[in-house]
Design a protein around this ligand. Sequence first.
Ligand SMILES: O=c1ccn([C@H]2C[C@H](O)[C@@H](COP(=O)(O)OP(=O)(O)OP(=O)(O)O)O2)c(=O)[nH]1
Length: 169
Amino acid sequence: MFRSGSFVAEHIDPVTDDQVQPNGVDLTLGDVLEPAAPGYVGREGKTVGARESISPVDAGDVDADDDVVSGADVFALDPGGYILQYAETIAIPDGHVGFLYPRSTLMRNSCMLNTAVWDAGYEGRGEGLLQVHHPVRLERGARVAQLVLAEADHAGVYDGDYQRERLEE
Ligand SMILES: O=c1ccn([C@H]2C[C@H](O)[C@@H](COP(=O)(O)OP(=O)(O)OP(=O)(O)O)O2)c(=O)[nH]1
């Protein structure tokens, strides 16, 4: 069974009322990174290749548009693959598994957010793969994705390399 948005909100920090949806909680855009060196996925080990931060520009520096809020931090992205870091800390409670879906407005703007499984016991500020197929402008703090939680049996709890990622930043 999938849990309600108000249940999911108990496991997201920080969260505001407007992020809470009927079936999940919207996550917002923290930072955008660009891969700068090859990573490695092996039979045993793995590494995440170096990435470089993309600097946001002031809203006043992108094409004027009624929808762009003055003073906002805006990532002006050309087509390519980027790492999107969520602003919120996510804690997947025991007895659950998390799934994340992109906000449809991203998709309608020719962007896609690819995600993996969120394991029971994981806590951290996670990442997703942002595919940009057409130039787009994304504001820091904008809602970009929605996390849902489903009840699930599990074998142990998450104890991998990404446990507690970016919590001390
Ligand atoms: O889109 C996603 C999906 C999951 N995660 C987090 C939660 C998940 O529990 C953790 C680890 O994911 P996974 O188990 O797939 O990582 P791995 O590549 O198998 O590495 P490790 O074995 O070190 O965990 O990453 C994200 O940040 N983004």
